[in-house]
Design a protein around this ligand. Sequence first.
Ligand SMILES: Cc1cc2nc3c(=O)[nH]c(=O)nc-3n(C[C@H](O)[C@H](O)[C@H](O)COP(=O)(O)OP(=O)(O)OC[C@H]3O[C@@H](n4cnc5c(N)ncnc54)[C@H](O)[C@@H]3O)c2cc1C
Length: 534
Amino acid sequence: MALRITNLRMSVEQPETELPKRIARRLKLSAPEVLRWRILRKSLDARSRSDLQFVYSTIVELHNEPACLKRLEMDGDIATYLPESFDDPDSGKQTLSSRPIVVGSGPAGLLAGYYLARRGYRPLIIERGQAVKDRVPVLRAFDRHEADHQNENNYLFGEGGAGAFSDGKLTCRMTGADVDWVLEAFVECGGRSSIMYEHRPHLGSNKLPMICRNFRRKIEALGGEYKFGCRLESLDVRDGSMAGLHTSSGYIPATHVVLGIGHSARDTYEMLHAAGIPFQQKAFQLGLRIEQPQAQVDQWKYGRDQYRELLGAADYTLVAKGQRDLYSFCMCAGGVAIPSISEPNQFCTNGMSNSRHDTPFANSGLMITLEPNEFGSDHPLAGVELQRRYEAIAFELGKRDYLSPIQWARDFVVGRTSSSDQVLPSSYQRGTVNADLQAVLPPAVIHAIRAGLPIMDKRWRGRFLENATLIGPEMRGSSPVRIDRDRTTRQVPGLVGMYPVGEGAGYAGGIISAAVDGLRSAREIVRQFAPLSA
Ligand SMILES: Cc1cc2nc3c(=O)[nH]c(=O)nc-3n(C[C@H](O)[C@H](O)[C@H](O)COP(=O)(O)OP(=O)(O)OC[C@H]3O[C@@H](n4cnc5c(N)ncnc54)[C@H](O)[C@@H]3O)c2cc1C
């Protein structure tokens, strides 16, 4: 038995080494009487800018927990700790006629592959893009304006998927044993151990490529395999069951396929839809990305300079309630704005930041949720077409050269194009073009952003829009489709052996939720089938 202590508060200026003493004091014990302790959660309470505090939940083991609990029964912050156990089933008895195939090496495919490999199923992971080390120079050359967009290697495609150059925030609405298992896997593959308990863990875009590579090495060491430059092109279905995959590298026998293609593989969506895979329209997020000087955000959140040194670049979360809510999304403190495109002649943005958060820019998506009845058609892929339409407009505004349309935020609010002879500040490296951003999103979304921005600005007493620019559109906040799957078997109804997972299938909205979704489908394969003999 262990105890959980919640609401342990320490000033951010106090060193964490003081924590054991605080725990002992709270339990009215001497320090040696606390046998073991660990942090379960750590969050920042920034409500009082003159007294920022870390708030901890900890787990402790003592010689006699029941006695301690009885003695402190009036203290509502101390309770028995009952960990949720991880569902790690015995392998099933049915025989697999071919090794499980994972399509896509983003977080969903990666964690499905990792779990299968650890359980002895020697998965084959196929990935349309290249290994992460080969992706990096392609992206750098694009950003420096030394190369054009590449269809198969970009910020979205290639080893690690969109996750590899994401911001690496590991926040997720879910909690529980599956989330903890995924976080532990990230730690095993090179993530900081504190991601296990931080309230808003962040790995940083500079660390993710190394973590993806470490996952691959472990999967390969366990008998799994990767095939890069291998794009799924069509399905071989026989009598309602998966039989194989036609890929850009040839035919692969495949009776059990974890499909983790992400939400930007529009060509693959089209192929799957034509093959009769059932899709539903789904609400998705879209909007613009705001950039402000990071120092302005730090000043707003911390007030005092020494907090900046102690806590690093400040982030924010904002919601402007209105007829339609406008909310901040994927805020990247000390980060850079990047292109988030998978198809040629399209343009949209996103953001990332390194673990040091060391650029002078803060950037954040400002999003609205668009409902299926606003897509303008009943076709299951209408949301994808809508994205394409507006991304094509943005590409034209960006001089057909992947430059980002940009506007002062205050000009956008009043519908004024920012003066064309002024270069506006932005971290978007490839270059920007002053433009009227109202063309890059549906009118209802523009209207809602215009209504929401002044509300956010008022909350920051005029500092939110000060020196702020907008770029966009931001279109890839979430998937505009969902692929049908059975709740229990996690397979497509009527297609045995097809397990759609992650963001592209419409069941996740970030790194951790995608990873957990992949893990859960891999687990169903394990529950049903025996591992392949070597
Ligand atoms: C710039 C940016 C920043 C982000 N920041 C964060 C963040 O800080 N925190 C967070 O939680 N989320 C963030 N996200 C979102 C997060 O990256 C995604 O939610 C997550 O990567 C989805 O995982 P996935 O595995 O479902 O799909 P993806 O990561 O999109 O992976 C899909 C993979 O499938 C491959 N593929 C596609 N089609 C085929 C095919 N036909 N054949 C073979 N392979 C194929 C692709 O190449 C890709 O590697 C960010 C996204 C971006 C773009």
